[in-house]
Design a binder for this molecule. Structure first.
Ligand SMILES: Cc1cc2nc3c(=O)[nH]c(=O)nc-3n(C[C@H](O)[C@H](O)[C@H](O)COP(=O)(O)O)c2cc1C
Length: 172
């Protein structure tokens, strides 16, 4: 059984991305995994300053003392990292990019062995950039791609999307 961290980045608490993340959590907990779900859109997380403090004097710690400090221990302990984001202008939204780029201090989350991606959008066929970034991240973190689930407007909060999520969870 794995320690799963879901980073959900929609500011809409009752939107499609939040639903996908919650369905993932329910299925994973039912299977016996431990799940932490964080809405990063509701946190104060600034972009990386590129100051290199973490790689010099900071010895791995970030100079910015914002809500990312709560996330660092969770990311450090996560064995499965799930990214859940609405598509904004054909890619991850800014609320997800900020915490991902703030992992610069540790470069790779040390225990993450598997990742998964949940995407919500209005239109079909808008996922290439997000999936490409996700796959690069899997490679960079040396994590296996556990699966991608997408939901355009007519697929949101449907039984089929729930089943697709459950399929990803069953392969963890
Ligand atoms: C700033 C912004 C940019 C968006 N850009 C896209 C886009 O490029 N392609 C698309 O299909 N939908 C786009 N959308 C629509 C959202 O991806 C879509 O409504 C999604 O289901 C929202 O998920 P949520 O309810 O979980 O927030 C955009 C929405 C916003 C607010």
């Amino acid at each position: 059984m794995s320690n799963i961290l879901i980073l959900q980045s929609s500011p809409r608490a009752k939107g499609s991305t939040a639903w996908m993340a919650e369905e993932f959590q329910k299925a994973a907990e039912a299977a016996g995994h431990t799940v932490t779900l964080v809405n990063v859109a509701h946190k104060k997380i600034a972009g990386c300053l590129a100051c290199e403090y973490c790689h010099t004097k900071g010895e791995g710690t970030c100079i910015q003392k914002d809500d990312m400090q709560e996330l660092y221990p969770l990311i450090k302990e996560a064995e499965v990292l799930v990214l859940a984001t609405p598509i904004y202008y054909f890619t991850f939204n800014a609320q997800l990019q900020a915490p991902l780029q703030r992992v610069y201090n540790m470069m790779t989350p040390p225990k993450v062995k598997k990742m998964a991606l949940l995407l919500s959008s209005h239109s079909p066929g808008v996922y290439d950039a997000a999936i490409s970034e996700y796959k690069y991240l899997c490679g960079f973190f040396k994590a296996e791609d556990g699966g991608v689930v997408t939901a355009k407007v007519d697929e949101q909060k449907t039984d089929e999307t729930r089943r697709n999520i459950e399929m990803v969870v069953s392969n963890l």
